[in-house]
Design a protein around this ligand. Structure first.
Ligand code: HEC
Length: 156
């Protein structure tokens, strides 16, 4: 190998590491494990895990619910995230903590309360509880999306 080839191999290696750490929880000092991530059966060319995709849908559902509540409506929640605890994460370490399941369950319960809210006042309260459950899990599991989650709170 000449110098140029070595340089190219090293640079692409660094780019890969960078991409993997971006795909994982940004903001966390997670050690990327490229091999395991690359081996995963992938649904997405960007290499997103099942749980990461579900989180994006959860985020979109929250954005939609927020807009409806702000218009004084009760949001129509149609998505079901009850199987969250079975979704595969980018890295098993992300969910390898005792509170993961109870926190996931409190999120699911909060979503059910939001889905059955009878008026906009109830909906606003239930919605805030939902965002609180997002926050409490993210404080333990992955801090990267916290700024985005904070923006989901209703204006006081
Ligand atoms: C029980 C824990 C838990 C709860 C509750 C939770 N999250 Fe997550 N979230 C995670 C974990 C773990 C990941 C990392 C998933 C992965 O990379 O596989 C994640 C990833 C994300 C991501 C990044 C997805 C991506 O593009 O890689 C966003 C955005 C997110 N969550 C938003 C939310 C929002 C909004 C809520 C509430 C509506 C929420 N989360 C509730 C644990 C949780």
């Amino acid at each position: 190998m000449n110098k140029r080839t070595i340089w190219m191999v090293m640079t692409s290696g660094l780019v890969m590491i960078l991409l993997f750490s971006l795909a994982a929880c940004q903001g966390e000092s997670e050690q990327g494990e490229p091999a395991t991530i690359a081996e995963k059966k992938d649904i997405n060319p960007n290499g997103s895990s099942e749980l990461a995709l579900m989180m994006r849908e959860m985020h979109e559902a929250a954005v939609a619910a927020k807009a409806e509540i702000e218009k004084g409506q009760t949001p129509g929640i149609t998505v079901d995230f009850a199987h969250m605890t079975e979704a595969e994460p980018t890295n098993p370490k992300m969910i390898a903590f005792e509170e993961f399941e109870p926190l996931a369950k409190s999120y699911i319960t909060a979503m059910q309360a939001l889905a059955t809210a009878e008026d906009s006042t109830q909906a606003a309260q239930a919605y805030t509880t939902v965002i609180n459950t997002c926050m409490s899990c993210h404080e333990v599991s992955c801090k990267g999306p916290i700024p985005r989650i904070k923006r989901l709170y209703l204006a006081p």
